[in-house]
Design a protein around this ligand. Structure first.
Ligand code: CA
Length: 221
């Protein structure tokens, strides 16, 4: 999944991004509110970890502006323990969950997994389509009873398509869902990953349809 960490404490932001990348996510960092607002306005993110006390623009304003664009990006708010009022305000403004500072990283990882599973409509920790089973937490793919190893980009792409099952996934949205700002991929590269993935999910009874000018759609054949 593609995550944005909004945190003005550089050390914390870097540590979190390292851990969440190791969990298999694509991660970008914004260290002030105005940067975060710009990134959220122009790029697709599945989830944002949002600190509230930020330079240039307050976290609650970032959240308010995000929801005003009717974005359905999942928002996990970081708050200082004492700020009950902020926590309530955050939830009222459409945050999906919050975690109080100081927190254990394991708890943050678990909350993120839970939010992403909920988004994926997963039962337990797995998303199923055709005979393919995608374990959201472990990021493992099985077709029938066979484990399938996919390169990272293809795995990210499969996850992004599964989250959009039955609807058209525009090319730009898919590209953004699997690459960070520093690591953007071209349309040609996306097409290449799609064609590789298409062959690999065929045995599961799945097809990736190309809708010319619109994007791709994953469905049970
Ligand atoms: Ca802060």
């Amino acid at each position: 999944m593609r995550l944005l960490i909004v945190e003005d404490n550089d050390e914390l932001a870097t540590a979190l991004s390292r851990i969440l990348r190791a969990d298999g996510h694509v991660v970008d960092i914004a260290t002030d509110g105005s940067d975060a607002d710009a990134a959220l306005a122009t790029e697709f993110f599945d989830l944002v970890v949002l600190d509230l006390g930020l330079p240039l623009m307050d976290g609650l304003d970032v959240l308010r502006r995000l929801r005003a664009r009717s974005s359905d990006t999942i928002v996990l708010v970081l708050t200082a323990r004492a700020d009950l009022a902020d926590r309530v305000k955050g939830l009222d403004l459409g945050a999906d969950d919050y975690i109080a500072k100081p927190f254990e990283v394991e708890e943050l990882e678990a909350r993120i997994r839970a939010l992403l599973r909920r988004r994926a409509g997963a039962r337990g920790s797995a998303v199923r389509l055709g005979s393919l089973v995608f374990d959201v937490a472990a990021r493992k793919v099985q077709i029938g009873d066979q484990q399938v190893e996919l390169p990272k980009r293809e795995l990210d792409l499969l996850e992004a398509l599964l989250l959009r099952t039955g609807r058209v996934a525009p090319k730009t949205e898919l590209s953004e869902a699997i690459s960070s700002i520093d690591d953007a991929i071209s349309e040609g590269a996306l097409e290449l990953y799609i064609s590789r993935l298409r062959k690999k999910v065929e045995p599961a009874g799945l097809r990736i349809r190309t809708l010319r000018g619109l994007g791709y759609m994953l469905e049970a054949a």
